[in-house]
Design a protein around this ligand. Structure first.
Ligand SMILES: [Zn+2]
Ligand SMILES: [Zn+2]
Length: 482
């Protein structure tokens, strides 16, 4: 599916709606949203820019020349300061208004207003500009984009995501009839719009083995429209006991690429991109991840998790992270005995839930240990101890029913974000729960709230706008974005 995608934080959405619906006589109102444009072509996927809202600026009263329930007229002069800001900060101007009395689509007056705005911005900032128009009507966002090179042509936006405690999808297209037949059962459970929402999403899956392959193969069958599969490793023979869609003949080949071939061979409408590299060392992998609407972490790699934990805030992406842990020791009969074993599903949105550091899933020592091992694969436990390093808790036996069950719960978690159906008991946290495969319980543990956490506390990574990817100079400049 073509068309750009828009992401708004829940707080930005709330601020916009509070302003647009505030006129005492129900007149139309207007606002500006400044966007960061992530223009990232990903091989194998349709071109689709992401527009991530950076700043919401309601119109001041003296910018308005006149209004009624059916129109709002404004002066250009006060907006010129914002045109300048777009050029200085590399942002995109977004014009937002509402139709309190309908229609639910853009009108002829809107067409004229947009052309006037684009002409003014283009005169100032040059034809290499793009422009976003958003309309709030009947409780939904409708949006379209224009470019300075063809200002008279508007292109509908694929969807607008609002990221609060859940994901609200606006303006998505209806899927084809061919697709609705495949999805008949899911439509019966959740409704047709739910299936259309899945079809509109681009989901990044990092790690394509025991949890990543079941998540992405079942996710594709469920109707997710686009995948970015990221995994550097080739398939090992020992993976074959738990992966989905990968064969013995694929041993030695990159899991991401083989999984892409398998998912495309299912024969349902889905587009897949494969990136066979580490996430935390390759700028292309980070860019492909940044192009996604949702990230799913299926790796036991602490460095990769740390990067996704930053990306969710910087690029405004809901993040579902899957992990398994456990301990096997010797039973009385001398055979291995599974003492404990759990699957964890963490669900973090930019403004909701605790980050992976605060959840205790990753910490600096485990990350440093992994980096030390990468630098020196032969490092001994004594050498690690001398440097106050230790390995993290990843002692999962890697048994198929447990990895698959956790991945399935994660896919159901994505369903629940789009169309809430779960009833959580008060002890169970939405942002993190464990499936205990030994005691047969689902539970959460309490964590310490850290108001100084740069991720979920002080939000230093939220909507990060810098010249380096995620504040990491080794990942290079991002000037090729614009
Ligand atoms: Zn209008
Ligand atoms: Zn945190």
């Amino acid at each position: 599916m073509n068309g750009a995608r828009i992401s708004l934080l829940g707080s930005q959405h709330d601020k916009l709606i509070a302003d647009l619906e505030a006129h005492p006589d129900g007149h139309e109102k207007a606002a500006v949203v400044l966007f960061r444009r992530l223009h990232i072509p990903v091989e194998g996927l349709p071109d689709s820019d992401r527009y991530v809202a950076q700043d919401v600026i309601p119109f001041e009263d003296d910018w308005i020349r006149g209004s009624s329930p059916a129109h709002v007229a404004f002066d250009l002069a006060p907006l010129r300061e914002l045109f300048r800001r777009c050029e200085d900060e590399g942002l995109v101007f977004g014009f937002v208004h509402n139709h309190p009395a309908g229609p639910t689509s853009f009108s002829h007056i809107d067409e004229e207003n947009e052309r006037t705005l684009v002409a003014a911005i283009r005169n100032r900032n040059g034809c290499n500009m793009t422009f976003v128009a958003m309309l709030w009507a009947d409780g939904q966002w409708v949006a379209r984009t224009r470019s300075g090179s063809s200002p008279d042509r508007s292109v509908p936006v694929r969807h607008t995501l609002v990221l609060g405690e859940r994901i609200t999808l606006n303006g998505y297209a209806e899927s084809s009839d061919e697709h609705s037949e495949v999805q008949a059962r899911q439509t019966a459970a959740f409704g047709r719009p739910f299936v259309d929402m899945l079809q509109s999403l681009r989901v990044g899956v990092v790690g394509n083995s025991g949890t990543g392959s079941p998540f992405s193969t079942l996710g594709a069958r469920a109707g997710i429209g686009e995948f970015v599969l990221i995994d550097k490793d080739p398939l090992a023979e020992s993976n074959l006991s738990r992966v989905r869609g990968l064969m013995k003949r694929d041993v030695g080949l990159a899991k991401s690429e083989t999984l892409k071939t398998f998912i495309e061979s299912i024969g349902i409408s889905v587009c897949v991109a494969a990136v066979a590299s580490d996430l935390d060392t390759n700028p292309d992998a980070v860019d492909a991840l940044a192009s996604c609407d949702v990230i799913v972490g299926c790796t036991d790699d602490f460095c990769g998790r740390e990067l996704m934990n930053a990306a969710l805030y910087a690029y405004a992406q809901p993040f579902i992270d899957i992990g398994l842990g456990g301990r096997v020791d010797e039973g009385q009969d001398g055979q291995p005995c599974l003492r404990y074993h759990y699957g964890r599903v963490s669900t973090i949105l930019p403004e909701s839930g605790q980050c992976l550091f605060c959840q205790g899933v990753i910490n600096d020592i485990w990350i440093q240990t992994q980096l030390a091992r990468r630098e020196n694969p032969g490092i001994t436990p004594e050498e690690l101890k001398e440097r106050y390093l230790e390995d993290g808790d990843t002692n999962a036996p890697g048994v198929g029913p447990f990895t698959s069950a956790t991945a399935d719960f994660a896919l159901a978690t994505l369903f629940d974000l789009l169309k809430p159906f779960r009833r959580f008991s008060p002890e169970l946290r939405r942002d993190m729960f464990f499936l205990d495969f030994v005691t047969m319980e689902i539970r959460s543990h309490q964590t310490q709230d850290d108001p100084d956490c740069p991720y979920c506390g002080t939000h230093e990574f939220l909507l990060l706008k810098d010249s380096c990817r995620l504040n990491r100079p080794f990942l290079g400049k991002r000037d090729e974005y614009s």
